[in-house]
Every structure is written in structure tokens, then in C-alpha cells.
Design a binder for this molecule. Sequence first.
Ligand SMILES: Cc1ncc(COP(=O)(O)O)c(C=O)c1O
Length: 566
Amino acid sequence: MALARHIHEQVDPEQIFSQLQNDGSKAHHHHVHIKNAAESITPYSSRYASQAEISKYIIPQDGAPADSVHQMLKDELDLDGKPNLNLASFVGTYMEKEAEKLMIENLSKNMSDADEYPAMMNMHARCVSIISHLWGVQKGETAVGSATTGSSEAIHLGGLAMKRRWQERRDKEGKDRSKPNILMGSNAQVALEKFARYFEVEARILDVSEKSCYRLDPELVKKNIDENTIGVFVILGSTYTGHYEPVEEISKILDEYEKKTGIDIPIHVDAASGGFIAPFTHAKAGGPKWNFALPRVKSINTSGHKFGLVYAGVGWIIWRDESYLPKHLIFELHYLGGTEESYTLNFSRPGAQIIAQYFLLIHLGFNGYRAIMENCLVNARLLSKSLEATGWYECVSDIHRPKGVHKLQPPQDIKFGNNNANGKKDGETSADYNAGLPVVAFRFSDAFKKDYPHVKQATLSTLLKSKQYIIPNYPLPPKEEKTEILRVVVRESMSLDLLDMLITDIISVTEALMGSDPIDLTMFQPGPSVGGEKRVEKQLQSKGVGHDEKHKAKRGMEKGVHRTVC
Ligand SMILES: Cc1ncc(COP(=O)(O)O)c(C=O)c1O
């Protein structure tokens, strides 16, 4: 044991590999190798098969044939997880082949070349119109918006417009404009806090609690707004647990504040996932309004690449009326012979995702999106109920509990329904349940933890990875971080068959852990990922970033939004 540890401490795989390789190359002239990859018959008879590593940090002097490089990179990428089993992500991993075909046919089109690609630009404009109607654009208002690279860029634009409008108002009133602040819950995704930091706005990150369903607490909003508040970020729904934040309730608080003080504080809704779920599902946003039906909601973002069902690379930002997009943020571009208005952070960006978004809106229509979103919720309910029925797990997410019920139900009270194979009772819809994202956030039940104190959720997550499922385990936001959750995002591609296998695997891995020796399990506790850290370190070094600097951007979790949740 001592020897093994001694050896382990001395081992540097990179060093061993390069030593062996040098020895090998000394002996090389005794071997028959084809010298240049260009002369090779197959990728595995090229110099990359055994003589040379693919260059990682410096451009090689000579190139190599496409088929060899393709094969080598493809082999390296086999080390990645399987996107369909990446249950940690909200981002879509499935598109129909006609959509893929359209994307491939249009891969070379650049969104910044409006004048060159008028048909694509028309599709962009149609998407903006369709989405703004889905979000309740009001008569007499002219909604404006744009595709972005994702929700993050869209959130930054929405936040920036709020900051500029607040500054313009303060200037008009002759008041100080040096201390803008914005409110968000500590469950906010990192993009929201990033906006505050990058655009120099104080982030007032409000604690979440079990009472507030781990989402923005309206009581705390009331206490933290003032004349310097540029706006409130309200999330539909929370990245941690899928809960929708109470947009209408917060809107009413801001209405009362305006009545008392004359100060008008806008809402930007971060509907990264919910923007393509709430409009289609029977549950909507749970009854109360969340979109442009509320006058206080001035802008909304969503990720086309989440429940918009497009592959990664597209988000949307819409303002309810052009008057809420300050003129100062709009650039008139005279480029390649035309004039275009631009209000995005990026200039060049792919157009294929926007074409794919339009394809999906037309191909699926309202009913197609509704069927997919309702299916995701049916399957998320089935997973939640199955987990709770064991008595070993408890869901922190809520979409499987009858509407208005937020407490854990005893296993014997859980109703699976008795008509359909998938547990969906005839005529039952998401409207019979709490509204939210198709997310299953679960933890070991208190009874389980008492009986099996040596079994840790992180170990369950690690062992599920060996079955290819990526199911992260992470703490809830600051102040609630003593509770850790495992989270599954039920996307379109989680069929009933896969769900069945997932439930079986979660249960069988848990059973195996229950019967394991506590000492054996200690080796599965998460520690620093040695290989991963080394690889990242090397990349940073090659860019001239030292070990100390690498950690500078990191902060303690207790001070803000978690970094691990995406
Ligand atoms: C609520 C929320 N907002 C913003 C984002 C960032 O979205 P994107 O990855 O599209 O930039 C996410 C991503 O998961 C999210 O869940």
C-alpha cells in the first residue's frame, strides 16, 4: 500500500509518455514507418499512428491529410460523454434529419451579412414576430428583437437596455447615476451575475429558501428595491429546480412601489428554458401572467437551443416595444451595400441555427411544440414519482405534485394513474400539476440518510457516470447549500424506454451502494480530477497564465451565484 502510494505520487503520465516516445524515435530508423502522413494509405499508417502526437499547443510546420486528421480527432472526441445521456444539460441534442440538412446547407451563411442573405434575414424577422406573439405582445406596441448566440448574450442586452433607460431618466431628473443596482435570486444562472459585473451594475443577490421554493423571494424584492434599481431579473424557471419565479407577484410589488414613490422599475424575464415551455403547456406559468400581458415586463429572453429545440448556438431577446430599446444601443451599419440596424454584442455569427429555428416553428406548429413539452413533463413526473415511491429519494422539484401541493407525499399516496403505460391518466395534462420546467431535482430522503449515512449522493452521480449517464450532484444556492441535489433535465429525447432504463439504473446503483462497505466507498468521494486539472493547467500555461492567476476569477460560492450550474 505504502509502495503504491509512493509510486502514485511520483507518476507523471505526460513525462512517461514523452520519455517513451523519445526512446522510440531514437530507435525509429530501425522500424518501417511511412515518414509523412501525406504518403499514408490509411490514417493508422500515417506518422500519427505511432511516431508523432498530434500537435496540441503549437501549429505544426506541415499539415496532414484531412482523412488522417479527421480520424485522429474523431478518436480523441470518443472520450467525450454521449450528448443524449448528458442529463445535466438543458441544451438540445436531437434534431430531425431535415433540420440538420437545412443547417448543413446553410452552414456558410453569416448573420452579419444581411444584404447578402435577405431570405435568411426574413426568416430571422419572422422568428422574432412569431416568438413575440407567443409571449403576448400587445396591440398598439411594436415588438423588436434579435437572435443572439444564446440566453447569456440576450440577458446582457436586456440588462443593458434597462441600465441605459435608467441612466437617461436620472439624467433628465438631474440625479446621480453612479450607483445602479439590479435584483436577482441567488438561484440565478451565472449569465445574470455576469451581466452585473461586466456592465458595472451592483448585483443584489437575494437569498432563496425552502419557503420561497428556492427561487426569488417577493418579500426580499420589496425590501431591496430603491431609486437606483435599474430592474429585476425574474427567472422562468430556475436552473436548479425548474421552479417558475412569481413574475406577476413581483410585478404587483413594483406597481405598489411605483404608486408610493413614482419610481417605475421594469422586469426582464429570463425565460431561457421556460420561454418555449410555458406558452405551449396546459400548465402555462401556473396561472398568473408572466409575459408581455404584464405591462411591467419590458423584455424577455429565451434559448432557442434549449426547449426551442435547435442545436447549441441560438438565443432570442425581445422588447415589448421599440421604445424600450434605447436608440443609443442601436447601430446603423452601412455594410456591403445595405443599411442594417444592429443591437447585438456579436457581429459575425452562424445563420444556420436561425433557419433551423424557423424550420421547427413551421414544422411543429403550436400543437407539435405542445405535444413535445407535455411529453417532457409526463416523463419528468414519472421519473419523480418513481424515485419518491422507493422512499429513498425526495424531489425538491415540484412538477409531479398535484397543483397547489408543495410538500412531499408519502409513497402510498403517490398516484401513477392507471390508464396509460407511461402513467398518464386519460385527459390528464400538466395543468393538473404544479407548473415548472421538466426538471427532476432530487436528494436522498431523510430516512435513507439515517439508515445509510455512508452512502453519498456524489457517489451515486459518479457511479451513474460509469453507465454513461451524466447526472450532476451539487449544492443548492448559498444559505441552502447544506442540501445537495442530483438533477435530471428531461429533454425531448428522453423516451419512455430510456426513462425506464434510467430509473432501473438509479435504483440498482443505489441498492449496490446500500450493500457496500463504507471504507470501499470512500474512494468514490469526489476529489480533484487529477488528469483533468493537469490538462487544463497545461492549456493555461501555453497561454502564459500561471497557476496563481488561474484561480483569481474564482470566488467562494457563499458570495454569489454557483459556477457549477448550467
Ligand atoms: C435560467 C437560465 N438563464 C440563462 C442561462 C444561460 O443560457 P445560455 O446557455 O443559452 O447562454 C441558462 C442556462 O442554463 C439558464 O438556465
